[in-house]
Write a protein that binds this ligand. Structure first.
Ligand code: GDP
Length: 202
């Protein structure tokens, strides 16, 4: 079945692993440093202004949010990382929950790591790439591309490319203001979600 991102609707939120929806079908997850532009990127992908709440207060999304696309496919919005004011116990909680989710979730087909194109890939992004890069297909999404000149954006893409551990991983840039790059993001997510759906037994 062809995935229509515009049909996305909120399904459920999870704080603990036992609150996750059944581990079946196919999912693409979005991760990123707080304020990187993850909520905006998901909203742009689904063409809905407020599916994910965007906020200028970093660190507010502290649940795993699931958005249903079809009965068998979902987008997953992971809590933003790198927000200094998160208490140590909560950080430990998310380290545990997210590593389990990313490494053990059978439905998970790929991970989009959202990075502010002006900052480039930082230590926490790199730690995530190192943790899951051998297990899961990755796509680095350099967003807020409208904030840089075309040349600077091209250079940022080349710099980010060096952080990708394997050829099967990919990257692209996006501006939610101009929507430049949205087709590439759609294509990446669609290929992960549809490939999995087609190969699944009926
Ligand atoms: P999140 O914490 O990663 O979910 O980040 P948000 O999506 O809330 O975005 C953080 C800030 O960056 C907000 O003020 C957004 O309006 C802004 N932002 C996000 N994407 C873009 C973009 O492509 N271009 C510009 N100019 N601003 C963006």
């Amino acid at each position: 079945m062809r995935i229509s991102f515009s049909k996305a609707r909120f399904l459920t939120s999870a704080f603990e692993l036992d609150q996750l929806p059944p581990d079946q079908g196919s999912e693409v997850a979005f991760a990123g440093r707080s304020n990187a532009g993850k909520s905006s990127a998901i909203n742009c992908l689904v063409g809905q202004k407020n599916l994910c709440k965007t906020s200028k207060t970093p660190g507010r999304t502290q649940l795993i949010n699931f958005f249903e696309l079809t009965a068998d496919s979902r987008l997953v919005d992971l809590p933003g990382y790198g927000f200094a004011k998160v208490p140590r116990s909560l950080r430990a909680h998310w380290d545990r929950v997210l590593s389990s989710f990313l490494l053990e979730r059978a439905a998970l087909r790929g991970l989009v790591i959202v990075v502010d194109i002006r900052r480039g890939i930082g230590d926490l992004d790199q730690a995530l790439i190192d943790m899951v890069g051998a297990e899961l297909p990755l796509h680095i999404l350099l967003t807020k591309a409208d904030k840089l000149s075309r040349n600077a954006a091209r250079k940022a893409l080349l710099d980010a490319q060096r952080h990708l551990p394997a050829a099967e991983h990919s990257l692209s840039s996006l501006s939610v203001v101009t929507r430049q790059g949205i087709e590439e993001l759609e294509q990446r997510c669609r290929s992960w979600l549809e490939m999995a759906t087609e190969s699944a037994p009926n």
